[in-house]
Design a binder for this molecule. Structure first.
Ligand code: PLP
Length: 377
């Protein structure tokens, strides 16, 4: 198999599976239990929290474990709106967020919140100036992702945080960093981002675990799951110890030779981009600078057919976010592309394990696909 869909999910290294197996079998204690196997697990969870917090450059006590990136996004939104409930009901976000942000915003709109959706330019980027223009006295939350999952565009979280400070706005800033963590600089404390979402399975960890950074401006975060008081009372539910252990192990693995891994992915992306554009009739989509996501269009060749055809040959790419499953992508729509370009958008996403030979196989298969089909009229 040639796997180029690492923005959808990543393969799990054996060392991660081993770390999880060890916890599932030998160290199955509940961290809330008072006897040694519980106490040991509590200590272990705090150790794993410290590993992930270290990678994010924040104190461990500011990082809360969740069940996925989607939960982190939902919790962040609710916590921010709760804190600012007496200030206003206006939300600023972008038209190209993941559905884990857009869907909660849709529901909130039905409950009387007003949502401003910032549209990216043709390059796929959103600017802090757009946020400045949309900011109001009653803005309670600004939610802007760090890296767009379909285009790889890196949004200016630091500039937006600085802008909110400069304006003295009480609006809290949430940043969905599910695609950005361990791919681009990610510094919620240094930037002044209030809430930042992470997910384990995008960085070589297991599915079913995420984390939320909650900064000092968020006072007494409203629990998404009230209950037995785990995660300092902010997110109840017995800790998913094996998942958390796997997440931390994956982070440790990614951090080893980190710069070389990023350079490797960026090099593959550049190589792949160059090869594809040289085919003719292939255009870049957005100016994404994240090292692991490349979006291009095989103009006039429907992406669903490309994905199925390549899939049958054991080559995995995506027609956009895996969460959209065949529906027209809202990200592609927001870019304002013409019909034929929009139809042909594919996403190729890299991991440190991909090779140039993999890229050659992919490009050959895309060429063969095009040679065997008629373009749409
Ligand atoms: N946010 C972004 C930008 C994503 O790409 C994804 C997953 O694709 C999510 C959130 C959701 O993360 P999870 O699959 O852990 O719920």
């Amino acid at each position: 198999m040639v796997y180029f869909d690492n923005a959808a999910t990543t393969p799990l290294p054996k060392a991660v599976a081993d770390a999880m197996y060890e916890v599932l079998t030998a160290h199955f204690g509940n961290p809330s239990s008072q006897y040694p196997i519980g106490v040991e697990m509590k200590k272990a969870v705090e150790g794993w929290r410290a590993v992930i917090a270290g990678a994010l450059g924040c104190p461990a006590e500011r990082l809360y474990f969740t069940s996925c990136g989607t939960e982190s996004d939902n919790w962040a939104i609710q916590a921010a709106l709760w804190q600012n409930r007496h200030r206003g009901r206006h939300i600023i976000t972008t038209a190209v967020e993941h559905s884990a942000v857009l869907e909660p915003c849709k529901l909130l709109a039905q409950q009387g919140y007003e949502v401003t959706y910032l549209k990216p330019g043709q390059d796929g980027n959103v600017t802090a100036e757009q946020v400045a223009d949309a900011l109001r006295e009653d803005t309670a939350l600004v939610s802007v992702m760090l890296v767009n999952n379909e285009t790889g565009c890196v949004f200016p979280a630091a500039d937006i945080a600085a802008l909110l400070r400069k304006k003295g706005s009480p609006a809290l800033l949430h940043c969905d960093a599910v695609q950005g963590f361990l791919k681009v600089p990610c510094d919620p404390e240094g930037w002044g981002v209030d809430l930042m979402s992470l997910s384990g399975h995008k960085v070589g960890g297991p599915k079913g675990v995420g984390a939320l950074y909650i900064g000092p401006r968020v006072r007494n975060p409203r629990p998404l799951l009230p209950g037995g008081g785990q995660e300092r009372g902010a997110r109840s539910g017995t800790e998913a110890t094996a998942q958390i252990a796997g997440f931390a192990k994956a982070v440790e693995l990614r951090l080893a030779d980190y710069d070389a891994k990023l350079a490797h992915m960026a090099g593959l992306k550049a190589y792949c981009r160059e090869k594809l554009l040289a085919m003719g009739g292939v255009v870049p989509v957005g100016e994404g600078t994240a090292p692991h996501i490349l979006a291009v269009s095989l103009v006039g060749y429907p992406s669903a057919n490309i994905v199925t055809d390549l899939g049958a040959q054991g080559i995995c790419i995506s027609a956009g976010s895996a969460c959209h499953q065949g529906k027209a992508s809202h990200v592609v729509s927001a870019l304002g592309l013409d019909k034929k370009t929009a139809a042909g958008v594919i996403r190729i996403s890299f991991s440190p394990d991909n090779t140039r030979e993999d890229v050659d196989v992919l490009c050959q298969a895309l060429l063969a696909h095009r040679d065997s089909r008629f373009p749409m009229l």
